[in-house]
Design a protein around this ligand. Sequence first.
Ligand code: HEC
Length: 143
Amino acid sequence: MKSAKFLLGLVMVSWAAAAAADRVPPGTDDEIRERLEPFGELCRAGDDCGGGAAGAAMASSGGAMSGEQVYNQFCGTCHNIGVAGAPKLGDVPAWEPRVAKGMDTLWDHTLNGFNAMPAKGTCMGCSDDELRAALDYIVDQAQ
Ligand code: HEC
């Protein structure tokens, strides 16, 4: 069922891409509306369309998030603007003394927390690989 939704999602995505590429589809408005009809029906039948299908696909395939994705969804909440004194992304002077502590320490603090820095940066569902990728992403921007 999930993979059927995923396939449906793929079909919808490629259909949308094709439709966008072909900006002026041939045919009258009525013909175009008719062609769109089955698409609308398919979408209704699959109770959650678009994002739902993509989400299900991601969950069922166990797709890992990239460091940037984890950062944007979780770490950025604090590290974008410096909540509670969090060193900001790309703020090289702020990160310098932290990076100097060594990656092992930064990794330990990412996993277990450090003062106002919460354990796993609040991404309790993240795998170690995803958290490590997020840490690497932050440190990459800090030099
Ligand atoms: C709720 C806010 C918050 C979130 C979310 C958050 N951080 Fe932090 N982080 C902080 C604060 C505050 C500090 C500074 C702690 C200090 O130095 O006392 C910090 C510090 C750090 C440090 C430096 C630790 C050190 O030893 O100097 C790293 C590395 C870090 N965060 C990684 C992450 C990663 C990776 C994520 C996302 C997975 C994340 N943070 C999410 C608030 C946050």
